[in-house]
Design a protein around this ligand. Structure first.
Ligand code: 5FU
Length: 259
């Protein structure tokens, strides 16, 4: 039988994973919004509008042109007031020693504010142990990129399988995957977050491919939909679209539960 988010919240060893599932259940939202804009004020404005409807905000902090410490202070305040968590989509991809520095240091100090980040597995297991050195003492969670939504992605087949095997060895820190579908059985618990979700178009000009929330959650067993331009792109009504995707994601979840 398919477990509810609330039931699954109890299973995780990792504190961030537990809190995320509790937040999803509390807000009845499995929507993560990806806000890829380049100005601080625009980012904060969108986040303030979508905040009530999301469980998770996904950032690419390195695209912000006027980044400063104040942005992090304000994002953290919005995460508290609107009750959502923050996922920096950094896609680390280097040796353990380097990623530990990239995660903790530099301009962005990602580990100090992002509850969740992610990593490619191409360098091997050292990338997980390197990031864990920094993230575990802070109670952070890591997602592994097991698949990608873009056309022609090489993250398939045995690469995806090896990524799942790596995750199983680090369940206290690795909380799940970026993937288009559920990758493990119901007896073990990993969160699957799926990017490339849209209701109106099937792709963009640069290889992105979109699927509907229903396809991703009901047919493929994913847990969280990640939606970007479908919500904030092209002069859209951000609040209206956030509600629309939140509702579509939640209905798909109820369908999956058989309710
Ligand atoms: F890992 C991935 C992936 O496989 N596909 C993605 O699209 C990450 N993404 C991110 O999700 C990407 O970097 C964007 O930040 C976001 C999708 O944005 P969109 O505007 O909904 O296409």
């Amino acid at each position: 039988m398919v477990k509810t988010y609330a039931e699954r919240a109890e299973i995780f060893q990792n504190e961030t994973a537990r809190k995320l599932f509790q937040c999803i259940e509390r807000k009845k939202s499995n929507l993560c919004v990806a806000v890829d804009v380049t100005r601080k004020t625009e980012l904060l404005d969108i986040v303030d509008k979508v905040g009530p409807y999301i469980c998770l905000l996904k950032t690419h902090v390195d695209v912000i042109e006027d980044f400063d410490e104040d942005l992090i202070v304000k994002l953290r305040a919005l995460s508290e007031s609107h009750d959502f968590m923050i996922f920096e989509d950094r896609k680390f991809a280097d040796i353990g020693n380097t990623v530990a520095l990239q995660y903790s240091s530099g301009i962005y100090k990602i580990s100090s504010w992002a509850h969740i980040t992610n990593a490619h597995t191409i360098p091997g297991e050292g990338i997980i142990t390197g990031l864990a050195q920094i993230g575990k003492p802070l109670g952070r969670g890591l997602l592994l990129l097991a698949e990608m939504s873009s056309a022609g992605s090489l993250a398939t087949g045995s690469y995806t399988d090896a990524t799942v095997a790596m995750a199983r060895k680090h369940k206290d820190f690795v909380i799940g995957f970026i993937a288009g579908r559920k990758l493990t059985g119901d007896d073990e618990d990993f969160i699957v977050m799926s990017p490339g979700v849209g209701l109106d178009v099937s792709g963009d000009a640069l290889g992105q491919r979109y699927r509907t929330p229903e396809d991703v959650i009901v047919s493929s067993g994913s847990d969280i939909i990640i939606v970007g331009r479908g919500i904030y792109g092209n002069g859209r009504d951000v609040v209206k679209e956030a509600k629309r995707y939140r509702d579509a994601g939640w209905e798909a979840y109820l369908t999956r539960l058989g309710l």
